[in-house]
Design a protein around this ligand. Structure first.
Ligand code: ZN
Length: 231
C-alpha cells in the first residue's frame, strides 16, 4: 500500500492521524504521513508517534518506492492507530532555508550566473561561471527587497511533456532520472524570480524566508564559483 504524502498538499500540517500498514523491528509504514522523508536536498523530519498511550521517537524517515518508512526507538504493531507530531521548529527552519535556496538560485540565474551544479542550505555552486562581487551585492539587495515585500510562493502542477527545461543540464538529468509513470510535475513559483519543479516543503511567502544574514563569493578553479549564504 502506498503512503499518502500529506506534506505535499500541506507543508504546514504539524499533526495527523494514521494507521500502521506495515511494521518491523523499530520501523513502521503508515497509510498517510506528514513526516517529510529525506530527499531533494532536504533532511528527514523528526518528531513523535503516539500509539496505545505511549510515545515513540521518530529518528529518521525515508521513502522507499511508494512507501514511507518511519524509523523509531521502539516497536508499534501493524494495524495500530497512531497520532504523529512533527518537530516543527526543525521543519520550519528547513522550509525557510530551502525556499531561500530557490529564490537565490532564481536571482543568480537571471543575473547570468551560469548553470548551478550543486546546492545546499548554505551554498550554491555555479560552473562555468563569471560571477563577480558586484553581482553578489545586487542579488543580495534584490533578495532582501523581495523578502520585505512578501511575495506568495505558489505551488501548481504541470504536465511533464509541457515542461521546457531549456539547456539546463541539471534539470535535464533530474527529469531523465524521474520514473516514467510520473506525468505531472509539481512546480514551485516565486513571483517572476524563481520557477522550478520540486517535491520539497516550502514556506508560504518570501516574508517568511526573511532577509539574508550573509552572502559571500568564493572563486574556485575551472570557472567554478561558490556562493555561501546565511539566512
Ligand atoms: Zn523546493
Amino acid at each position: 500500500m502506498d503512503s499518502e504524502q500529506l506534506y505535499v498538499e500541506d507543508s504546514y500540517l504539524r499533526g495527523f492521524d494514521a494507521t500502521v500498514v506495515r511494521a518491523g523491528p523499530k520501523f513502521v509504514v503508515l497509510d498517510r504521513t506528514a513526516f517529510y522523508p529525506e530527499g531533494g536536498g532536504q533532511p528527514t523530519d523528526l518528531g513523535i508517534l503516539e500509539a496505545g498511550g505511549k510515545e515513540y521517537n521518530v529518528v529518521k524517515v525515508m521513502k522507499r518506492g511508494p512507501q514511507i518508512f518511519h524509523y523509531l526507538d521502539g516497536d508499534i504493531p501493524e494495524g495500530s492507530e497512531v497520532h504523529g507530531v512533527i518537530d516543527w521548529d526543525r521543519r520550519l527552519g528547513f522550509m525557510r532555508l530551502h525556499s531561500g535556496e530557490h529564490l537565490l538560485t532564481g536571482l543568480f540565474e537571471s543575473a547570468g550566473s551560469g548553470p548551478k551544479v550543486f546546492s545546499s542550505f548554505n551554498q550554491l555552486d555555479f560552473q562555468p561561471s563569471d560571477l563577480d562581487e558586484e553581482t553578489i551585492q545586487s542579488v543580495r539587495r534584490r533578495f532582501d527587497e523581495i523578502a520585505d515585500i512578501d511575495i506568495p510562493i505558489r505551488i501548481y502542477y504541470t504536465d511533464r511533456d509541457q515542461l521546457d527545461v531549456g539547456d539546463d543540464a541539471r534539470k535535464q538529468s533530474f527529469l531523465e532520472k524521474m520514473p516514467p509513470d510520473v506525468e505531472r510535475l509539481r512546480m514551485v513559483e516565486i513571483g517572476e524570480y524563481a520557477l522550478t519543479f520540486c517535491m520539497g516543503t516550502h514556506v508560504k511567502s518570501t516574508g517568511e524566508i526573511g532577509r539574508l544574514k550573509g552572502l559571500r563569493l568564493e572563486p574556485k578553479k575551472k570557472r567554478r564559483k561558490i556562493v555561501y549564504f546565511e539566512l
